[in-house]
Design a protein around this ligand. Structure first.
Ligand code: ZN
Length: 316
């Protein structure tokens, strides 16, 4: 779940208790989404701000790590099948996300060379202000949903954008489709002075993290935690406590962090999901947090909620 290429970058970022991609400062102003007159005025206004994405990478300024907002003139280059997605209001200005994916080389075609570039969001989040990362997360998730839902899941015909980007309606059968968010439980299993971490094949050497998995249909969060932990490690879990949650727009997850108390200790790894899972002592985890790699383990960088789960347990 954590890309190899971003780990070193993100470790260099300041460690903060705030979760990356949370804390969006925009007022989402839901009541404006059906206000066609107001929306048309904002889309035409010189003052409105448009955040360009290309192939889901976000436009970032070259001279300093900030989002590069554009004016409405850029809308002529956007993907007309999506249109501008309303993100919210800040400082009395309307903010939108737009998709420039139809362009072959937007940096050249829009004359951006030297002033801004399109950056993968996990990498950009290492240096962007927290509020910018959160806004970009909202935009990325919405544009990705539009790109994947051009056609009706009921009848297969084309769909059209409604409600400023928050609904697509079928042109044929009128079925309505809404942006989805997929809940994922991510849990630190604890047993006294030990915690259970696992690793997937392909992760950087010695990288271990909290176990995680999608919540299934008809399942509570507590049930998902117990099922996932048992499936992946054979460990039985009793008490489950909520920790924090984190938007994870790759493409549409909500990471729901939990602490889970183990009621057994013998680990049986499901090799189809994990390469390894084992217990680590609090001392080893504290060493790794102080100096990545010490204690024989790397834990995920602060961009991931797993880092904060592990840190909160180790320092408790
Ligand atoms: Zn339909």
């Amino acid at each position: 779940m954590w890309l190899r290429v971003t780990c070193r970058l993100v470790y260099a970022a300041r460690v903060s208790s705030a979760l990356v991609f949370a804390g969006n400062p925009l007022d989402r102003a839901n009541h404006r989404r059906r206000d066609a007159t107001w929306l048309a005025a904002q889309l035409a206004s010189e003052a409105s701000r448009f955040l360009p994405f290309w192939r889901l990478n976000v436009l970032v300024k070259a001279e300093k790590p900030e989002l590069a907002w554009a004016t409405h003139a850029i809308c002529s280059a956007q993907d007309a099948r999506t249109g501008a997605v309303f993100l919210g209001i800040r400082d009395q200005l309307a903010h939108f996300a737009i998709d420039l994916t139809p362009l072959h080389d937007p940096v050249t075609e829009l004359g951006l060379a030297g002033s801004a570039s399109f950056v993968e969001l996990r990498a950009a989040a290492a240096t962007l202000p927290a509020s910018d990362s959160a806004i970009a997360a909202q935009g990325r998730q919405m544009l990705d949903w539009h790109a994947r839902h051009r056609f009706c899941a009921v009848c297969g015909r084309a769909t059209s954008v409604k409600e400023a980007g928050y609904m697509r309606e079928c042109d044929e059968c009128d079925a309505q489709h809404f942006p989805r968010t997929d809940p994922v439980v991510i849990m630190l299993v604890e047993s006294g002075d030990r915690c259970l971490l696992g690793r997937q094949a392909g992760w950087p050497a010695q990288m271990y993290s909290a176990l995680a998995g999608f919540v299934e249909a008809g399942e509570s969060l507590e049930e998902a935690v117990r099922r996932e932990v048992h499936e992946e490690s054979g460990i039985a879990v009793g008490e489950v406590r909520y920790f924090k949650s984190q938007p994870w727009p790759f493409p549409s997850s909500l990471m729901i962090g939990c602490m889970a108390r183990a009621e057994s200790s013998e680990v049986t790894v499901d090799k189809s999901e994990l390469e390894d899972a084992r217990w680590f002592t609090r001392a080893d985890i504290l060493k790794s947090l102080a100096q990545p790699g010490a204690g024989g383990v790397f834990v995920p960088p602060p961009v991931a909620i797993a880092h904060h789960l592990i840190r909160a347990w180790a320092e408790s």
